[in-house]
Design a protein around this ligand. Structure first.
Ligand code: GLN
Length: 268
């Protein structure tokens, strides 16, 4: 909490940690796939590493840039307008799919939010611009999902889901969703979680997001990580090859209140 005398928030340094390392994060198309303040997700990762004395390197990969799957521990792709997704999708498949596949196969974390989630799937089908008919935007297929822009309203609102990531038992992620696409899971694809409140993948299945090992897609904006710092820690730990409990605890009073406020907004 801010110090009433100074108005400053005290630095929250974790106890000295035996962990020495660097989290290497790569943001994909940070200029195009960046609505709903996706940058806030990256800042949370950076801060929570810094507070623990863990190094943090942020790089980006944009249109036309090849991706070195070995050079990063965590890949992030945020939300986007359909127009920008069209631009990125071809490029993602052409210049980054191999690197991303290799990274996911060796256990790197790949996190896609909303439009980014859709692009981690197999395809996104939407009406052609200014003409009748539809087009299919390719995805990289790291998640066995496909997305269709169907008739019907955008799926908008506060959302809360229950996720079981480890043996620790179920936890709640809370956020905000705003998507025209409906996402359908392949037969063997695990969702990220179960919808408690909100629309989720398609508005009726009760499922939200998708997860295959350390590759995760979700419709939760918010941004996602400031509202759910426990999940940020889970991602950091996974990306560094650690158990979540291995990270030093932080003084998280404001973050806990932020999480509860997001849950209350969703009615959970
Ligand atoms: N353009 C996509 C859709 O409307 C994703 C939107 C988003 O990232 N918020 O479904």
């Amino acid at each position: 909490m801010p110090d009433p005398a100074t108005g400053q928030t005290p630095a929250k340094l974790a106890p000295p940690s035996p962990l020495v390392g660097v989290l290497r994060v790569c943001a994909l198309y940070p200029d195009l796939m960046n609505i709903y303040a996706d940058r806030g997700n990256l800042i949370v990762l950076e801060r929570r590493c810094a507070w623990r004395g863990i190094g943090f390197q942020l790089s980006s990969s944009g249109l036309g840039e090849r991706l070195d799957g070995d050079a990063h521990d965590l890949f992030y792709i945020g939300g986007g307008q359909d127009r920008d997704q069209r631009l990125c999708a071809q490029d993602l498949v052409a210049t980054k799919r191999d690197g991303l596949e290799a990274a996911a196969a060796r256990g790197a974390v790949v996190l896609g939010v909303c439009g980014g989630y859709q692009l981690l799937g197999r395809s996104y089908t939407l009406p052609l611009r200014g003409r009748s008919g539809e087009e299919e935007i390719p995805g990289v297929g790291l998640l066995d999902v496909h997305t269709v822009r169907e008739d019907g309203p955008r799926l908008i609102g506060n959302v809360a889901i229950e996720v079981s990531l480890d043996e620790d038992g179920p936890r709640v992620l809370a956020g905000f969703e705003n998507h025209g696409g409906r996402t359908y899971l392949g037969a063997g694809q695990q969702p990220l979680g179960r919808v408690l409140k909100g629309h989720g993948n398609d508005g009726h299945s009760g499922m939200e997001g998708a997860r295959s090992a350390n590759t995760i897609g979700t419709y939760l904006h918010g941004p996602l990580l400031p509202k759910n710092v426990w999940f940020a820690d889970w991602l950091i730990a996974r990306a560094l090859g650690l158990q979540a409990g291995a990270l030093a605890p932080l003084e998280d009073a404001i973050e806990r209140e932020t999480h509860l406020s997001a849950r209350r907004a969703a009615g959970v």
